[in-house]
Design a protein around this ligand. Sequence first.
Ligand code: AHR
Length: 499
Amino acid sequence: RSARFTLHPDFTVGEVNPRLFGSFVEHLGRCVYTGIHEPGHPTADAAGLRTDVLELVRELGPTAIRYPGGNFVSGFRWEDSVGPVDERPRRLDLAWKTTESNRFGLGEFIDFVRKAGPEAEPMMAVNLGTRGVAEAIQLQEYANHPSGTELSDRRAANGDKDPYGIRLWCLGNEVDGPWQTGHKTAEEYGRIAAETARAMRQIDPDVELVASGSSNSNMDTFAAWEATVLTETYDLVDYVSLHSYYWETDGDRDSFLASAVDMEAFIEKVVATCDHVGARLKSDKKINLSFDEWNVWYMEKPNPHQVEDWQEAPRLLEDIYSVTDAVVFGSLLIALLRHADRVTVACLAQLVNVIAPIMTEPGGAAWRQTTFYPFAQASKYGRGTVLDVRVDSPSHTTKKHGEADLLHATAVRAEDGSVTVFAVNRSQTEALPLTVELAGLGLTTVVEHSVLADADPEARNTLEDQDRVTPHAAEGTSLTAGSLTATLEPLSWNVIRLA
Ligand code: AHR
């Protein structure tokens, strides 16, 4: 059994927006405290940022970094998070039942983003759970207005003379979810999102705004929520958000490996809903998609760490990812790239310690999880134009997602004409021979075929064995007479670079 597809430079999906490789820093567990920020750590800089973590973040290559939540944002009082650190209030965080010290806040986050790599930019969420229009525009004025008002001068007095220049803003988070502090109906949220957007555009017509979509596609209100919210906000926002997490249940690994079938269907349903609203409103404008929370997350597994309520920075959501998780994760990246024409922002949730590609120990090491590698490779090589990939692949039947191709793939052509193929073999047992016809692309060389796979699909990187899983080079991949041949190991993530 083998798989094949054809690439041609004239058949394209669209340009990759660098923001497709975004990530997410929430005040949750140890993402911020002892994750990115730990004054006193041997590697901490003068601002208390862990430079060992910053180095890994730069290697990972995230672009838009969403902050400060997540569910946390629905109780966030931005003004608590600025000014002299010792005067900042301690608050209950109802979302995660923790105590927030506010020792890290808006200014520290901007400093982190500026150090997080040349493409990193802040993506700020405003609280539309327990707050509203007034607080959103105050935050915007504090962050972005140059000077000469009480709020912009307060920023300067707090040490940041230059405005933060935040372009991308989320209007609340998962407001459709009953768990959200300040949960609302679609009508209630649509109104407050519209009025907040209108006011934010009065300050700056060029801000880019994300309306909060459904928390996942299984919500009872899914699609109706988007339609109602967008009917209120269509002319005022640029994006609608999508969130989705995947995990293996009941030992059904074939379904888990096919998770991207669900993710692609979710994207297509949201695109259809956006365009339906646009048609009803007789608008030529297109709303794009911000897939601003995606990942593998074992949300049903009990926390292995004993955590009392109202602790500061406890160990929460510290999933340790296997090779299998990384292959699924890679397939989710492929799903995003395959829809790069409409998904123009996406955020891996999250960045450090909390369902994250980077783990740390307080006072100790920082290391790469298995999922680090697919993200870093996609962010580095998934730049340019996505080519239209229609695979001819053997398939198998999965319980959750029906018939699923064993091959999941995409290809990106860079400006210099080089092409990177990203491919996952979903078979747990069989190697998959692959042929790619690409005569029209003028390629002659296999620069690299990197594979993430392991004889033990449960292998993980841990504090004790930080490099147990790393990508290795594949053997036998060749390109002759415009035809690429490769063999994809069972249960593998592959990056094949051609020039
Ligand atoms: O990323 C973890 C949580 O998942 C976020 O806070 C929330 O938005 C989602 O439910």
